[in-house]
Write a protein that binds this ligand. Structure first.
Ligand code: NAP
Length: 501
């Protein structure tokens, strides 16, 4: 006798159709496909360069044009898809990310270098972002305008823009894409998404989550490849109605200048973020804020603390405490528990950080760190010890230029006015913090500092999902903020309707 069993449902698996033998495909028009170039590039683990995390499509402009065409073709239907159906897809994608957060976190750590805990938090935060926009996007409204004609109603209505391009960096390879893609989709836009070539896998997982959640074909298109090969094709055609970009100021400025006249941009760019330590500060707290803000993610956060402006009267004590704590930090792979700082994310990052450490040694006084670490596990990855420089003055390169690494410059200041003047003496304006309990300083700081994010007794890093985020000066374009309810505005345009009977 033959026993038959109903075929068990396969478990929901993170092995998607776009992934085979370590090779990950593009997603174009709902199909996981290879690039027409037939070439791939490697995604390398910065903690162990012998570990190839995955191979990704080295796409060409032709692949990118196809992705733009697919997004364009999908727009009219997606725009008309009921908003509750769009929201349901975001909720399901969030669930998928949550279900697989542990495994995806390990991949994120392997491709980027941050600790496993931070990677898991990033996936869970991304899921939360999808859920936030699933709800918030459903209550985006227009306005009505009183007028003298009893037979007329005047109101604004919002509508999606069309095809939007989303281009993201490697330091938050899933949470930055999530905070752009979710508001774009819930408002009815279709998307071409290009992740960083240095950490494309976490972005791939986000695309996979949306496909698994039932996103119709062409609504999200995911392509990998170098900026040189696909950049212009996903930013310059006029059919692209908006570009949301996070990355370096140089690349952001280039894209902002090269898009069509009718293309909207949102540029989240570099920073040179100050932490001011006033004479009344709790010094242990100030030291912790400097370390957390400056060295977590190995200094590779756009809002990371890179300048610490300290009152002359407490400088010696603050500096001694900071150096003692920094010397005790444990540096190692993100997959190893108990490490305080991981490797730099790429070989290019390593070279840049080493170059700035050399500038610093010539310009200022190196108090500790700044070594390219070697021996044991260090030989396998891009490790440097965190560098603290003292006697830094305003004109020095380490005080002016974004380093994006574990390098803290200590600048002496003589009083509040001097601190504000030096803190503002930069082309950037992303995040700034002050440590004080003086209500006068607290009140004035929020007004005086030229920065899009202002922190009082908190680190320069970190921002809420539900609050606006963005910089001033060359840290952003003066267009639209990201995150929170404001993040929806970038992806919609307004019509004013005059309705008579
Ligand atoms: P990046 O070199 O500017 O690259 C960012 C992304 O843009 C990558 O996907 C890159 O592709 C792409 N890209 C570069 N040039 C392009 C072009 N001309 N056209 C289209 N795409 C282009 O920056 P990164 O090294 O990845 O990230 C570090 C920078 O990001 C730092 O300056 C940091 O401050 C900034 N950042 C800012 C924020 C913020 O919210 N303000 C947040 C995080 C990071 P490839 O990878 O293929 O080169």
């Amino acid at each position: 006798m033959v026993h038959t069993h109903p075929r068990a449902q396969p478990p929901r698996s993170p092995v998607s159709a776009g992934q085979r033998n370590g090779e990950f495909k593009n997603l174009v028009n709902g199909e996981w496909i290879e690039s027409k170039t037939g070439a791939c590039f490697d995604n390398i683990n910065p903690a162990d360069t012998s570990d190839v995390v995955g191979r990704f499509q080295a796409s060409s402009a032709e692949d990118a044009h196809e992705a733009v065409r697919a997004a364009s073709a999908a727009f009219e239907t997606w725009k008309r898809t009921p908003i509750s159906a769009r929201a349901r897809i975001l909720h399901h994608a969030a669930e998928y990310l949550e279900d697989h957060a542990s495994r995806f976190a390990e991949e994120l750590t392997r491709e980027q270098g941050k600790s496993l805990n931070l990677s898991k938090d990033e996936f869970l935060r991304s899921a939360q972002t999808l859920r936030f926009y699933a709800v918030e996007g459903q209550s985006l409204t227009g306005e009505t305008f009183p007028n003298d004609d009893p037979d007329m109603t005047v109101y604004t209505q919002r509508e999606p823009l069309g095809v939007v391009s989303i281009i993201t960096p490697w330091n938050f390879p899933v949470s930055i894409p999530a905070r752009k893609i979710a508001p774009a989709l819930i408002t009815g836009n279709t998307v071409v998404f290009k992740p960083s070539s240095d950490a494309p896998l976490s972005g791939y997982r986000l695309a996979e989550a949306l496909v698994e959640a039932g996103l119709p074909k062409g609504v999200l298109n995911f392509i990998t490849g170098s900026a040189a090969d696909v950049g212009a094709a996903i930013t310059e055609p006029a059919v692209i109605r908006a570009v949301s970009f996070t990355g370096s100021t140089a690349a952001g400025e280039h894209i902002h200048r090269s898009v069509a006249f009718t293309t909207r941009t949102q540029m989240e760019l570099g920073g040179k973020n100050p932490l001011i330590v006033m004479e009344d500060a709790d010094l242990d707290k100030a030291v912790d804020l400097a370390i957390k803000g400056g060295l977590s993610l190995a200094g590779q956060a756009c809002t990371g603390t890179s300048r610490v402006l300290v009152m002359a009267s407490i400088k010696a004590e603050f500096t001694a405490k900071l150096v003692t704590k920094v010397k005790a930090l444990k540096i190692g792979a993100g997959l190893t528990s108990g490490m305080d700082m991981g490797p730099l994310a790429t070989a290019k990052q390593l070279e840049t950080v080493k170059r700035y450490i050399e500038y610093g040694k010539r310009e200022a006084t190196l108090l500790c760190g700044g070594e390219h670490l070697s021996g044991g596990i260090y030989d396998r990855g891009y490790y440097v010890s965190p560098a603290i420089f003292a006697d830094v003055t305003q004109e020095m390169r380490i005080a002016r230029e974004e380093i994006f690494g574990p390098v803290i410059a200590i600048i002496e200041v003589s009083g509040y006015a001097d601190a504000i003047s030096k803190a503002n003496d930069t082309e950037y304006g992303l995040s700034a913090a002050i440590v004080t309990s003086n209500p006068r300083y607290i009140n004035d700081f929020a007004q005086d500092i030229q920065s899009g994010t202002v922190k009082i007794n908190r680190t320069t890093t970190g921002n809420l999902i539900n609050a606006p985020f963005g910089g001033l000066k060359q840290s952003s374009t003066s267009t639209f903020r990201e995150s929170g309810r404001t993040g929806l505005e970038f992806y919609t345009q307004t019509k004013t309707v005059y309705r008579g009977c």
